[in-house]
Structure formats: C-alpha cells, structure tokens
Design a protein around this ligand. Sequence first.
Ligand code: AP5
Ligand code: MG
Length: 189
Amino acid sequence: MNLVLLGPPGSGKGTQAQRLAAVLRVPQVSSGELLRACVVEGAPIAGAIRESIDRGAYVPDEVVIDLVLRRLEQPDAQTGFILDGFPRTIVQAASLDQALAARGRRVDVALYLAAPLGILTLRLTGRRAIEGRTDDLPEVIQTRLRISLDTLQPLIDYYNRQGKLVRIDAGKTVEEVDREVDLALGLVD
Ligand code: AP5
Ligand code: MG
C-alpha cells in the first residue's frame, strides 16, 4: 500500500505512520526525519535546512522532493510506503505522482488527520519536554500551525479530486484514532 498522511503539526502523522509501518510491513518515510538527519549528518545544505526548521518555515520544494524521492527508490519501499509529512505543497504532490507513474505506481490513499488547533498546541507543547525538538518552542509552534492552515487545503482538494482523500477525526484518543484509521484502510471490520 502506498499511503500519504496529511495533517497539521501534532495531528499524529508520525504516531500513525510508525504504527502502520509495523502493521503493513512497509517503511515510514518522514520528510521531517529525513531533514533532521541531514542536519545531524552535516550535509552541505544542513545550515539552510536547520534555519528553516527552527523558524517553522518550509524547506524549499527542490530540497525535500530530492530527499524523499531518493528515499522511495530504496529497495524496502518498492512494495509500499507510508509518507509522513510529504507532500506539503502541490509541487511536491505533482512530483510524487510523476515519479510514481514513471514506475507504474501511484498513491493509493491520502489520510487527512484533522484536529482542532487547541489540541494540536497542547500535544506539541507536551512533546517538547519529552523529545526536545528545536521547533517545539511556543512561538515556532504557532508559525508551524499557521503555515499548515495556509497550505493544507490545496492538498486536500488535490487528493479529493483524485478520489483518494479520507478525513480522519484525529482529535480523539490514540486508540480511537487507530481504530478510525484501520477502518478507513480496511484493516479491521
Ligand atoms: P515534521 O517533522 O513533519 O513536523 P510537523 O509536520 O510539524 O509534525 P509533527 O512531527 O510535529 O507532528 P505529527 O503530526 O507527526 O504528530 P506526532 O505523531 O508527533 O516537519 C518538521 C519541519 O521540517 C517542518 O516544519 C518543515 O520545516 C520541514 N519539513 C518537513 N516536511 C517538509 C515538506 N514536505 N516540505 C517542506 N518542509 C518540510 O504527535 C504529536 C504529539 O502528540 C506526540 O507527543 C504524540 O505522542 C501525541 N499524540 C499523537 N496522537 C495523539 C492522540 N490521538 N491523542 C493524544 N496525543 C497524541
Ligand atoms: Mg512528525
């Protein structure tokens, strides 16, 4: 299964992607994780990536597209993948479709994890104490949430037009969200 997870910061993309990767035995491909790894490894563009992440701004399309599409070419992603945090722009979505189509593949389902702003803020603030992500500072959280509000709708429309979008109420408990996702993917009755 080739799955895309869309949703604002804190909606549970990483939580669901990790769980589904184990259930479906396909890799979780997180653009945020790939970018943070570039920073840690000191890639040539590490400074610019870090600067964008720490501001809560998007990294340029060409950088993320190159990173994610190269990851999807790895052997373990040939039978399926769970994309977490990519695509985030229409340019990214179109590049993904094009790259997959060139190999006779396609996105099967796009799950949109929707949750109220208050819940998202609480979750991200809570996570900072545990994970210490440099972009989980209050003012950066607000920037990330604002940018996601501005950019999500075109992607929702994009996958809706393709008949692939499924909206999940991701403001509920983890167990409830797990169940709704599994139902949407036909993993349980
Ligand atoms: P990224 O790492 O993707 O961060 P994000 O989109 O801001 O999302 P988060 O990882 O914060 O949240 P999540 O939805 O994964 O939720 P999680 O499961 O952790 O991107 C970081 C940065 O990289 C971006 O800001 C940008 O700069 C750059 N970037 C990445 N991709 C890019 C792209 N495609 N283009 C351009 N730039 C890009 O859950 C959050 C917390 O809530 C956790 O503590 C979790 O345990 C908890 N939780 C989860 N579900 C529930 C639930 N149902 N109930 C209660 N708690 C829950
Ligand atoms: Mg995440």
